[in-house]
Design a protein around this ligand. Structure first.
Ligand code: MGD
Ligand code: MGD
Ligand code: SF4
Ligand code: MO
Length: 720
């Protein structure tokens, strides 16, 4: 599936080879872009890349196809008919930007800057520019569907308790002896600035593999121990594993005594959380829980590879807390081959949050409730999506009147797509910048054609936040009238005469490089492609941890200060056979969604022929017994339904899933279906999810995995 580049091509007289990195997922596989007569003729893996060593995945291999895809948005457009009618007229960039500036100024004057909401997608190169523009405009409100439910629960939690974000040490010389993949399949997903390839290399070297996943994935098949848990019960499993480690004295005594805070309180908290207690909740046999705890605790080094599955529940912060404690008390922190703190070789994009007055900052939707998402406990405060949607629909606590969407297909990746649709339809003004037309862009007033990563300058530190390797993008070509998101924000800030945020992207990149300590300028970095920071381990021995106590806080003083539980606890998912037994009678199956496949990035790439070949239709995994009970055969279209809606996907019968559970893919729409909907209501998992409370008390997270549903054979009746 993945292709290994045979080695870098040699430039010919008339071909220039530019070093860059693929940014089609969160990763940054090195690429060599061959340019001849202002045409990108070929893209291949860069054998020098420390992440990928010349390899590219199916998406990376489609780079050329994406740059020149006939469906790319080519010029700015203005809506002609009513919102969502799908009729557009071409306009110039000047017209588009002037109209945006005029509308934003009017809304700001009438409703306040907070009425303008900025939206973006996960980990995009321009993500920090979206919040930056919001803050320089004076609005505290911006969001990303992954902020409360992806990666940032881990970021914000570990910054509070570990003083920094730990990442897997894939670039050093030591390989982990044991890897635990917890709700995570990085060989497919390469998330958070790892790539699938360095994750694969570590996997191939590990002697012991533990997989915690409700589905029998590729990794589960290869594992020494596969813990097939009930979706949404990770928290109980982690607490029971901590119980075993403490009860059996398997902790790293020296590390615990000298470098952690609150071990005794933790031991007291988990005293009764036995494997037998967890077995009932998680469906994982008690002896397997014990075995997993022992295997992880006795291997050196042991690596926790944790994924987004633990962040898709309303108890996500406590789950993150519990899982993060396992490698911590076993001493696998900042050690070769374990979890390490990065070298931060790149200065941040200045957030410009200081441009907001304290009063304006406090207007951020969700601010008073979710301090780890919207306020003091957040590294970069963002607005709470369900609260934003409500403000759009009801004006409570104030009206949100405009949304500027830069790289997010809101109708497919936010929870509860129907509520999202109703909310967006209430807005006075929507701008959407994207590479392609999407069902969400069809709802806009103005559409802007965004430049692709192969067409822009950019700098990033990877893995994300930790910045051990600093990578550069540079434009191979520039197609049509596309502009980079960063350029658009700078230009808009100038047109709006904003007090801050008007620098060119390159000026910001140079400042980031100067602050980072690589000794290179951005221009110099582009020539070499990437710069690897020298890694230092066990920094805590000299510097301590950047927490209130200077120790790794098993008992979190900062969480306590914010009014949250300083120790992790278990909470049953709000919709489950246990919490809502009556609902479970009507909808007896547990639904989990969104496990990544290697061919798409979230809702993207359905129009890219070479990758769509790998995954033509949306797939639901279901146990053969459950399928038979419901008259569903392998390869049939099947309905998946709950109180919020009904979608259909293709049934894949597998004994690798519990008969009480199904898994549906997410992000589905069909670029080949008629505009303006492109089949977005047909198979979109978020028709079934909810943005109603309860939310995670710290982070405001809503439920994307572990909901209730029922299934039936598809009867061809779409109206149903
Ligand atoms: N190719 C590709 N790469 C991607 C993406 C993509 O769409 N495609 N998306 C990117 C994004 S935004 C993210 S966040 C990352 C995510 O990437 P990962 O963190 O690797 O997460 P997933 O692949 O979503 O899920 C991993 C596993 O969690 C399991 N799972 C489902 N429910 C539960 C549960 O309740 N508990 C546990 N323990 N496991 C559960 C699923 O069966 C799945 O096998 O990938 C990023 N990279
Ligand atoms: N049910 C369910 N829902 C989920 C998840 C799940 O597992 N299950 N996962 C959640 C997670 S973890 C996340 S992070 C989110 C992901 O959600 P998002 O990150 O918002 O992903 P998309 O909605 O696919 O939006 C990406 C859009 O950006 C466009 N794009 C790509 N590159 C650029 C660019 O350079 N500039 C601009 N302007 N546009 C660009 C793409 O064409 C696409 O339309 O989804 C969440 N939603
Ligand atoms: S793993 Fe990510 S960065 Fe690497 S080639 Fe694939 S899409 Fe690009
Ligand atoms: Mo994500």
């Amino acid at each position: 599936m993945d292709q290994v580049a045979p080695g870098a091509s040699v430039p010919t007289e008339d071909t220039e080879i530019l070093k860059s990195v693929c940014r089609s997922c969160h990763g940054g596989c090195g690429v060599l872009m061959h340019v001849k007569d202002d045409v990108l003729v070929k893209v291949e893996g860069d054998p020098d890349s420390p992440f990928s060593h010349g390899r590219l995945c199916p998406i990376g291999n489609a780079t050329h196809e994406m740059v020149y895809h006939p469906d790319r948005l080519k010029y700015p457009m203005r809506r002609k008919g009513p919102r969502g009618a799908g009729t557009w007229e071409r306009i110039s960039w000047d017209e588009a930007l002037d109209e945006i500036a005029e509308k934003l100024t009017k809304i700001k004057a009438e409703y306040g800057a907070e009425a303008v909401h900025l939206g973006t997608g996960t980990g995009r190169h321009h993500i920090r520019w979206v919040s930056r523009f919001a803050f320089s405009f004076g609005s505290p409100n911006w969001s990303e569907p992954g902020f409360a439910q992806c990666f940032h629960p881990r970021v914000n939690t570990t910054f509070l308790t570990h003083g920094d974000l730990p990442v897997s040490d894939f670039l050093g010389d030591t390989q982990a002896e044991c890897i635990c993949y917890w709700g995570h399949q990085p060989l497919n997903s390469g998330p958070d600035g790892e790539t699938r390839f360095n994750a694969r290399d570590a996997f191939q070297h590990a002697q012991k593999i533990i997989v915690i996943d409700p589905r029998e994935t590729f990794l589960a098949k290869k594992a020494d121990l596969w813990l097939q848990l009930r979706p949404g019960s990770d928290d109980a499993l982690a607490l029971a594993m901590i119980h075993v480690i403490i009860e059996e004295g398997l902790e790293d005594t020296d590390f615990v005594e000298n470098y952690t805070h609150g071990y005794a309180e933790l031991a007291e908290r988990v005293k009764n959380m036995t494997p037998e207690w967890a077995a009932e909740i998680t469906w994982v046999p008690a002896d397997k829980i014990r075995e997993a705890a022992r295997m992880f605790a006795t291997a050196k080094p042991a690596l926790m590879e944790w994924g987004v599955a633990i962040e898709h529940t309303p108890n996500c912060i406590q789950t993150v807390r519990a899982v993060s404690i396992i490698p911590s008390i076993t001493g696998n922190i900042d050690v070769p081959g374990g979890w390490v703190f990065g070298m931060h070789g790149l200065g941040p994009v200045p957030s410009l949050i200081e441009n907001l007055s304290p009063e304006q900052n406090a207007k951020r939707l969700g601010f008073e409730h979710f301090k780890m998402l919207c306020g003091e406990g957040a590294q970069l405060p963002a607005a709470h999506i369900p609260s934003v949607l409500k403000a759009m629909r009801t004006g409570d606590p104030y009206w949100v009147k405009a949304m500027l969407i830069f790289g997010n297909n809101t109708l497919t990746t936010y929870g509860d797509s129907k509520t999202v649709y109703e909310s967006l339809m209430k807005l006075d003004f929507i701008v959407c910048a994207d590479l392609f037309m999407t069902p969400t862009a069809e709802l806009a007033d103005i559409i802007l054609p965004a430049a692709f990563w192969a067409e822009i300058n950019e700098v990033a530190g990877l893995p994300t936040i930790s910045g051990n390797v600093i990578v550069a993008n540079q434009p191979a070509v520039r197609t049509h009238e596309c502009r980079s998101d960063e350029e658009i924000f700078s230009e808009l800030a100038r047109r709006l005469d904003l007090p801050v945020g008007t620098e060119t992207p390159e000026e910001v990149y140079e400042a980031q490089m100067a602050a980072g300590g690589t000794g290179l300028s951005f221009e110099e970095l582009k020539k070499v492609g990437f710069h690897e920071m020298e890694m230092k381990y066990r920094k805590y021995e000299t510097d301590g941890f950047k927490t209130p106590t200077g120790k790794l806080e098993l008992y979190s003083e900062r969480l306590k200060e914010m009014g949250y539980d300083p120790l992790p606890y278990y909470e049953e998912p709000p919709e489950s056979p246990i919490s809502t037994p009556e609902l479970a009678e009507e909808f007896p199956l547990i639904l989990t969604t969104g496990a990544r496949n290697p061919f798409f990035f979230n809702s993207e790439h359905r129009q890219i022929k070479s990758v769509r070949k790998g995954a033509k239709q949306p797939i639901t995994e279901i146990h053969p017994d459950t399928a038979a009970e419901n008259g569903i055969k392998d390869g049939d279209w099947m309905w998946i339904e709950n109180a919020r809606g009904k979608i259909r996907q293709i049934a894949k019968l597998t004994t690798g899933i519990d008969p009480r559970v199904i898994h549906t893919e997410f992000g589905w729409w069909f670029p080949e279906d008629p505009a303006p909907e492109y089949g977005v209501w047909k198979s979109n998992a978020n028709v079934l999810t909810s943005v109603k409370p309860p939310f995670d008390p710290q982070m405001g997270t809503y439920q994307l995995r572990s909901l209730l549903c029922r299934v039936s054979k598809y009867d061809g009746d779409e109206a149903a």
